[in-house]
Write a protein that binds this ligand. Structure first.
Ligand code: GLP
Length: 249
């Protein structure tokens, strides 16, 4: 098992700046990079920092392709809580990542066919170079909830009640998240050449502490990352807090 590198920064904005710079270096080294992207509140300052680098330094996404981790099943196209909408609003349209190069699982047709097509599209690009991940409070990555197999590929996932509750605030008043989503599997994620896990805020401290000091266990999907040789955790002091006592700091 491999311990990830930890980049512990003072605040979410310091995390955003450090990770945006890390991604900018990767993009400049490989303009035809294939990125794996994530959604969630954690990534809002990170995408804002990337957009700022695009505007101020000319950081180009012209040759880049991207695959998002997941998408809710059954939301109408353009739904404000869809991950496509999130990505368009927070990154794609600002940096010129067009829909033919910036993919999310197709969650409005036959889900099983969409899962296979997504895996094929990732393979056709030669795999993912740099995969971003957030972490759910229960340790989920993408929508791979506790109990998910570590070798799973893109699949339909049923959200747990706690994930539905955590994500309800992303939906318009009176709406709740759909019960199902298409998500890259943990095996798909582990096939990326480099993985960055981001955790900010005290609310993520317990999930982070459960993911790393202990042995990998299906109860905590993020602990599967110990099976990957090139993982960096970008976190703030608040999220890292609970690990101080575990000999990590
Ligand atoms: C969702 C996403 C995950 C994300 C998690 C945490 O469930 N599917 O990819 O990491 O939420 O989101 P947040 O950053 O809002 O805490």
């Amino acid at each position: 098992m491999t311990k990830p590198d930890f980049q512990v920064l003072a605040s979410p904005s310091a995390v955003a700046e450090a990770l945006a710079n890390h991604m900018a270096r990767a993009l400049r080294a490989e303009p035809a990079i294939t990125l794996g992207l994530a959604t969630g509140k954690t990534f809002l300052p990170i995408y804002a920092a990337l957009v700022a680098l695009h505007r101020t330094t000319g950081l180009s996404f012209e040759g880049a392709h991207s695959f998002n981790l997941d998408e809710y099943i059954g939301l109408v196209p353009g739904h404000p809580a869809s991950f496509r909408h999130y990505m368009e609003e927070n990154l794609f349209r600002h940096v010129g990542l067009s829909a033919d190069r910036a993919l999310l699982p197709e969650a409005n047709g036959d889900p099983e066919a969409a899962c296979l097509a997504y895996e094929r599209a990732i393979s056709a690009r030669g795999g993912i170079d740099l995969q971003l991940l957030g972490i759910g409070r229960n340790g989920h990555i993408g929508f791979n909830e506790p109990g998910s197999a570590f070798d799973g590929r893109t699949q339909v996932a049923r959200l747990t009640p706690s994930t539905i509750a955590a994500n309800t605030s992303d939906f318009p008043p009176g709406e709740v998240p759909p019960p199902e989503a298409i998500t890259m599997g943990i095996g798909t994620i582990l096939a990326a050449r480099e993985i960055v896990l981001v955790a900010t805020g005290a609310g993520k401290a317990e999930a982070l502490a459960r993911a790393f000091p202990a042995a990998p266990h299906q109860d905590c999907p993020a602990s599967a990352l110990q099976r990957h040789a090139h993982v960096t955790v970008f976190c703030d002091e608040a999220a890292f807090g609970a690990m101080r006592g575990e000999g990590q700091g």
